[in-house]
Design a protein around this ligand. Structure first.
Ligand code: DP6
Length: 418
């Protein structure tokens, strides 16, 4: 095996998480470099992630990409920009196992094969581009021995794939600084705190079945930038202060402040969508019922028990400050949104087992025996079975990591999907 022959394949596999913004990114000041009009903050999720294998071989004749097993084009600017940026930072790489050497100059002539999978159903409408691009950039950087010339440089490269991807390289809570430079070199993600800083925080994603096709984030925010005065007011006059307040709430694990800011920012983001011409609607009636559940509960208790946020779709991401409140939140959701009569509860509530166990519900019948919550009677919410698709339980998670060869998604000998 040698660099002269065609008989070698070199590959790396990485895993990168999804993230959910609690202060939203919506709107670009530069479409090509994906530079935002405001900074944003997200929490990294520990259950939803992408796994990506990247391979090079002199036998490859073009760049190829398989997403969840299906081949898609790698010709879009976003893929090309990420690949080109990592390639230009490549170094001499020695394969520990075989002693194969790939010289710095050789990388630009080698085509890549990429296979990427999400561990969550793409049909659920959960953002997968953030985890996907973060994972691609991280895996390529490790394959090609690329080094950051300044801290956060890889996040600036992931940003070229999808804005929110820059936040998925890091764990815990992450801030994407909008930056000032035209080059985008300072529009990078930085970690605010690592995942264990607020390890009691519970995150429950309510996957709301949606039949209508939604406007993509990229297209939606373009129209908002062009037509929504509220969006520009928000970016200039509201978000800068909210970013400071949110950072403080996170550092102090101040759930009431976190909840108020998270809900207010989600609602304002959706208000800018309504302020867009033509208006964009991402939330549906089920989304609004979930908002009602949290708002009424918070009002009854006099202090925030839970929080909600919605991205460019109807799915809710709900937060509880600790296990005790999460138990009550999960029971309330299950009571008000029971699964279809024939549903298997182990498929209705998935993800972090420890959170599922809190609710103490093992069968669909158990939901019916939950004590009827008298104090919820004011909700006046119809209990429609099967209104929610399913629930995913999560906590703050870690950032991107390299996996060992047992995780490879491409065949070690051929570099094609196995
Ligand atoms: C509502 O990062 O998907 O999820 O940069 O065009 O790829 P592009 O958009 P994308 O937008 C995410 C928007 C959001 C809010 C957020 O994640 O901050």
């Amino acid at each position: 095996m040698g660099i002269g022959g065609n008989d070698w394949v070199l590959m790396k596999t990485a895993r990168a998480p999804s993230n959910i913004a609690v202060i939203k990114y919506w709107g670009k000041r530069d479409e090509k470099l994906i530079l935002p009009i405001n900074s944003s903050i997200s929490v990294t999720l520990d259950y939803l992630f992408a796994t990506t294998t990247v391979a090079v071989s002199p036998s490859f004749t073009s760049n190829r990409l398989w997403l969840n097993g299906k081949e898609v084009s790698m010709e879009s600017e976003r893929y090309k920009n990420c690949l080109q940026q990592i390639r230009s930072r490549a170094t001499d790489v020695v394969d520990e196992k075989t002693g194969l050497v790939v010289k710095k100059e050789a990388w630009k002539d080698l085509y890549v094969h990429v296979s990427s999978r999400n561990n969550f159903p793409t049909a659920a409408g959960l953002a997968s581009s953030a985890a996907g691009f973060a994972c691609l950039v991280y895996a390529l950087a490790h394959l090609m021995g690329a080094k950051e010339t300044y801290e956060g440089e890889f996040s600036a490269i992931a940003r070229l794939g999808s804005g929110s991807a820059c936040r998925s390289l890091y764990g815990g809570f992450v801030k994407w600084n909008m930056g000032k430079e035209d080059s985008g070199s300072d529009s990078i993600a930085t970690q605010i705190v690592e995942k264990d800083h607020w390890k009691d925080l519970v995150i429950i994603i309510a996957v709301v079945s949606s039949r209508q096709k939604e406007t993509s984030s990229t297209a939606g925010m373009q129209t908002s930038v062009k037509t929504s005065p509220l969006l520009h007011h928000r970016a200039k006059a509201i978000v800068p202060k909210r970013i400071e307040q949110m950072e403080e709430a996170i550092l102090n694990r101040d759930f009431p402040a976190f909840s108020k800011l998270t809900c207010a920012d989600s609602n304002q983001f959706h208000a800018t969508c309504l302020d867009t011409s033509p208006p964009i609607f991402y939330m549906n009636d089920t989304s609004r019922r979930l908002i009602g559940l949290v708002e009424k509960w918070n009002a009854q208790e006099g202090t925030p028990q839970a929080a909600y946020t919605f991205d460019a779709g109807p799915n809710a991401v709900l937060f509880a400050p600790n296990n005790e409140v999460a138990k009550s939140l999960l029971q309330r959701i299950l009571y008000l949104f029971p699964p279809a009569a024939d549903a298997d509860i182990s498929k209705y509530v998935i993800g972090d087992q420890s959170i599922m166990e809190l609710a103490g519900i093992k069968t669909t019948q158990d939901i019916e025996s939950l004590p009827t919550p008298i104090e919820w009677s004011g909700f006046d919410v119809p209990r429609t079975k099967g209104e929610l698709g399913y629930l995913i339980c999560s906590r703050p998670g870690q950032g991107a990591v390299v996996l060992d060869e047992s995780a490879h998604l491409l065949d070690g000998a051929t570099g094609f999907p196995a």
